[in-house]
Ligand binder design. Sequence first.
Ligand code: FES
Length: 67
Amino acid sequence: MYVCICNGYRDRDIAQAAQHGHRDAPTAYEALGCGPQCGQCLSYAQAILDKAHSEPRQALALAVQGA
Ligand code: FES
């Protein structure tokens, strides 16, 4: 599912960023290649990151889907 329309990031991209240790959305976006543009997606992306760090097995499963 797309999380960020501006950058074309999907939930699995955000989960992969979490797997690489990123805990905040702007930093994760930079690591994925482009920082936030309009910012409308940041709260949802942050929720994915928070969940990924609290439930790492689910995040790993999601990230692997994008591999
Ligand atoms: S939708 Fe993600 S920065 Fe605009």
